[in-house]
Ligand binder design. Sequence first.
Ligand code: FE2
Ligand code: FE2
Length: 482
Amino acid sequence: MPEEKPTPVHDRVPVTSGTEFITSFYRLFKGATLYDRKSVIMGRLTEECLRVVNRIIQREGHLLLKIVRDHFFFNNTRIIASADKYLLFKTFWREMRKRRVGGIEFSEAVTGDHLNDLAYLLSGLEENQENNYLFVEKQLEQRNIESIEVGKLELLKDEEIDGNSEGQKKDSKEVYFRCLGLVREGVETIRQQNPLPIRKAKRLMQSGVDAILQDDTTLLGLANIKNYDGYIFNHSVNVAIYAMALGQRIGVSKKYLSHLGIAGLFHDIGKTKIPGEILDQTGNLSPEASSLLRSHPVIGTEIIMGMKEWGELSARMMEGAFEHHLGYDLTGYPRLSQKKTITLFGRIVAMADFYDALVRPRVPHRFPYASEKIVGMMLERRGKEIDPGIAKVFIHMVGVFPLGTLALLNTNEMGIVTQVQEDTELINRPKVCLLSYSGGEYRKEKVVDLIERDEVSGDYKRSIVKTLDPNEYNINVAEFFI
Ligand SMILES: [Fe+2]
Ligand SMILES: [Fe+2]
């Protein structure tokens, strides 16, 4: 299902070199936005990038990175991000596009000072200035740096630069709440024996995919809000969001991403036929009630089978509905009489379902598992109930401290995680919005980046000591995303 064909062996050298360059240069670029040029940290980042650049020059003669539409081309080979580099690539891509820079070229070996100049010049550029590349070129010329060139971002016909982030945020929220409405409507129509509103779902999911592809931070943040009103609706929308966000990281194409979203939205549709008393019960279920509850994947599949006219889409939806309680190792339910393998859609929806159920338990008074614990549980189940590859990508995606986590820092400050780090090696160092307490309530303060280090000692300025339960402090996490 992934869109891309496997890379032929002879193309792997540029892929590896390209990934190394993008990674080390992005770190240097980001460092330039945070630190002073003379700091220990910049020294280290420069050295690392220099090693990569000069090794590539030595081996391949030159280094050319270009942005064409959504893609990076490195020495004329298209580079596809591996799942763990997905966010880093995407962030770098976005930062370059915002500055209208579409290419970086090194024609011979460079010095650390040259690299540093380039990183600070690029990071200091104003957004949306068409002639930024000329400015950088001129600056490089004045410094007698002849081996580096930057190019203009060439926009193809019908191509647009991303809208502003506030606009994106608004779109994401709208998608989230429209999805909630759609699931509500779906549940109602099924109860009245009518077919699911698939045409509407398809249209909505197209916007969902666009929002996910642009920036999934807001949607993932909304999914992490612990909201107990209409649990089943929120749960369904969250599963759809996690599934799509995961799908895009493993290369599922746009068309199938929307199918994945719809499969997520309606994975529990079989529950519409289970009596409410059973669904709402918080204690232990009787054996009969429990087996009735466990029939929802089969019931859901039957409901979807009634919509054969949707062809491929209904086949994908059935996979989500039938397989979402089946483990990768075929444990779970429904019990299978014949050995089969779980489909990609089934594994993705199951992963999303597992996570959402733990991070937002159905029973309101039960304290949700702390995120570190969930990651531990996922690691424990990897290769058994959970597909190992999918678990890995998922952990990279949500981070050890997912969006919306309330954290206590070693500085005794408290904050809410508002952005996961794009560099997966720094997965435990998200961006945090600090909170202050006065007049009986908590207020938003500035956002700090936990990768920031002290320029003299080189130590991290802030680290998370532990996570806290927002309900205990009467903090409404939703406010940070809505
Ligand atoms: Fe379920
Ligand atoms: Fe579910």
